[in-house]
Design a protein around this ligand. Structure first.
Ligand code: HEM
Length: 367
């Protein structure tokens, strides 16, 4: 009897092979399912991390923006002059920024410097031009006899105040225009050395000048009051354009009266504003100091411009005028030509200025 032994063995092997193949396919399939799943797990983890990072970045950006906005609000409030808290005691110490300071700087560096500078140069140019065209008003003849015009006190106080005015004018202008005009040609070091002297000189001479100005102006107030004939003098242009006629004038003429009153009111503005600037420790607010500075600069520059005209007319412009302010005496013919009404008065009633010296008291002058 033959036993078919190969059949069952082959069959078993086939089945085992099939099972192995099935398991392999299942494993491959399973793995191919699981692997992407692990990928998904991994990517889902990094996406979460990225989201968290993104959120953190957004929060940080929002915090920075908030901080910047707070800083902007703070400086805006500071620029509006909002008062804050400070432990420092004193005027306005709780106001960090006073924005009007920028307006002040713009006015100082703009109109004051521009128009002030142009104005001064224009006056200087006009005086030179006038002198070149019209020339000196000559004293054609001298009588040889003199009249006392200015007392010793008047002359001393005039020159004392004038010299202080000139020094204050030069130092003041150098403080205003120094940086733009002087520094470029002097150099920084030389200008710094100059300004270091100019500033204290300007400060220290202010009080002696104020005293001189008051002592000079008060006694001259009566002679400087306007009179009807002053209009005729003005209408005739002071006789500077048509020299054949002598316009009417008392002890001082209308032009001198105008200079007097400009100096009177301009001097008040100059001294009051200067007082504020000289004593900041009295607790003025910054706005007050800025106004005082502008008033001081404007009145100072204007008075310097008018003083140029005065200096010209007192020297080169009119022959014989300066000697009056030096010696106190003027020639009779000078008095007749320039101050006819005063001259007639002196001829009729004598000269009160001579009376004050004790010479010729109350005696009419003989011609
Ligand atoms: C170098 C500069 C100056 C010269 C040469 C000068 C010359 C004179 C002369 C000659 C007079 C007499 C005028 C007359 O007899 O009618 C006079 C008067 C006078 N001066 Fe001066 N002066 C100078 C500067 C100043 C300054 C800086 C001031 C003011 C701060 C001033 C204020 C006056 C006043 C108010 C009078 C009286 C009114 C008048 O005559 O205009 N002077 N000056």
């Amino acid at each position: 009897m033959t036993v078919e032994r190969t059949q069952p063995g082959t069959e078993g092997r086939k089945q085992r092979k099939l099972r192995r193949a099935l398991w392999t396919v299942a494993l491959v399939l399973g793995l191919s399912m699981v692997l992407p799943l692990t990928g998904m797990l991994l990517t889902s983890d990094t996406t979460g991390q990225a989201l968290a990072q993104q959120q953190q970045a957004q929060e940080e950006a929002a915090a920075v923006a908030k901080e910047e906005q707070q800083r902007r609000d703070f400086w805006r409030a500071a620029r509006e002059g909002t008062a804050g808290y400070t432990a420092v005691s004193g005027q306005e110490t709780n106001v960090l920024i006073q924005s009007e300071g920028e307006v002040w700087r713009a006015v100082r560096e703009g109109p004051i410097m521009r128009y002030g500078g142009i104005g001064l140069l224009a006056v200087l140019g006009a005086i030179i031009l006038f002198h070149l065209i019209a020339g000196t008003v000559k004293l054609e003849q001298r009588s040889g006899r003199t009249i006392t015009r200015w007392t010793l006190f008047e002359r001393v106080i005039h020159w004392y105040t004038a010299i202080l005015f000139i020094i204050l004018g030069i130092t003041g202008l150098s403080l205003l225009f120094g940086r733009t005009v002087m520094m470029p040609w002097m150099g920084k070091e030389a200008f710094a050395a100059f300004a270091n002297v100019a500033k204290p000189v300007h400060d220290w001479l202010a009080v002696p000048f104020a005293v001189g100005l008051v002592l000079m102006m008060v006694p001259w107030i009566k002679e400087s009051l306007p009179k009807a004939y002053d209009f005729a003098w003005l209408k005739m242009g002071g006789g500077y354009f048509d020299r054949s006629k002598h316009p009417p004038a008392g002890f001082v003429n209308a032009g001198e009266k105008i200079w007097y009153w400009l100096l009177f009111f301009g001097g008040i503005v100059l001294l009051v504003s200067g007082f504020f600037l000289l004593f900041p420790n009295f607790g003025w607010e910054r706005g007050t100091m800025q106004l005082a500075h502008i008033a001081h600069a404007v009145s100072g520059v204007a008075l310097i411009a008018f003083s140029l005209g005065h200096m010209y007319l007192g020297t080169l412009g009119n022959q014989g005028t300066l000697e009056g302010m030096i010696s106190g005496e003027v020639d009779e013919l000078w008095a007749k030509a320039h101050h006819n009404l005063w001259y007639e008065e002196v001829m009729k009633h004598g000269n009160p200025k001579e009376a004050s010296r004790g010479a010729g008291a109350g005696q009419p002058l003989t011609t």
